[in-house]
Design a protein around this ligand. Structure first.
Ligand code: AMP
Length: 218
């Protein structure tokens, strides 16, 4: 077993496939940070960025890449990290490579659009922590309150049907290039594993699949 337990993970599934949920659980398991680019962007006080997010458009590669690079420089990433929602374009994927930001594991969670839409319409979020719930499939202990802080949960502005459809269209446009890129990276030996996961399974089963894959390599 390799004693360098540097676990560098990216999740490249569509919105609503469970990337955030799995990232939270993995972060807890391996004690490495989960870096959600969407969360980082939502915390910025910038009207243009908020407008773009609410419309479901992607933020420019240059802005997002800089945010990610700065975040990855922090010490807590020394033993690894989980990138949730990055890369979302081929330029972003190439940016990681060009900047020598090595990735070990790529997980692509897949789910039919019909199910994604149901999930996103029922999603509730704890704003300050980013903790994710679903009113039916993963409800909080007390209705509409965060399990840890007891604070109110919210529905994201971009989790409405028209914006969801737009986000899925954008994802479809970008994902083939990103997948092909990482399949090639695995062939070249730059990435340990690219794995597709059926997102329509219980949270814990998916988590076990992911952990098994990671543990095989570390
Ligand atoms: P998420 O929280 O991952 O669903 O992301 C919410 C929104 O943040 C997206 O719809 C985009 O507007 C923006 N965003 C998140 N990640 C990226 C990215 N890698 N590139 C561009 N925009 C992003």
């Amino acid at each position: 077993m390799n004693i360098n337990r540097n676990i560098r993970v990216i999740f490249i599934g569509a919105p609503g496939t469970g990337k955030g949920t799995q990232s939270d659980l993995l972060a807890e398991k391996y004690k490495i940070p989960k870096i959600s680019v969407g969360e980082l962007l939502r915390k910025l006080v910038n009207n243009d960025i908020s407008d773009n997010i609410n419309l479901g458009d992607l933020i420019s590669d240059s802005v997002v890449c800089n945010i990610v690079k700065m975040r990855l420089c922090k010490n807590d990433c020394d033993n690894g990290f989980i990138l949730d929602g990055f890369p979302r374009s081929i330029n972003q994927a190439q940016y990681l490579t060009i900047n020598n930001i090595k990735i070990n594991f790529v997980f692509n969670i897949k789910l039919p659009h019909k199910i994604i839409i149901k999930r996103l319409l029922g999603r509730r979020v704890h704003k300050s922590s980013g903790r994710i719930y679903h009113i039916k499939y993963n409800p909080p202990i007390v209705n509409n309150l965060d399990n840890i802080t007891g604070e109110q949960l919210i529905s994201r502005k971009d989790d409405n049907i028209n914006v969801i459809k737009h986000r899925l269209k954008i994802h479809n446009k970008q994902i083939t290039n990103i997948v092909n890129y990482y399949k090639q990276e695995v062939k070249l030996g730059n990435v340990n594993s690219y794995m597709e996961i059926d997102g329509d399974k219980p949270i814990n089963l998916i988590l076990t699949e992911i952990i098994n894959k990671i543990n095989y390599f570390i």
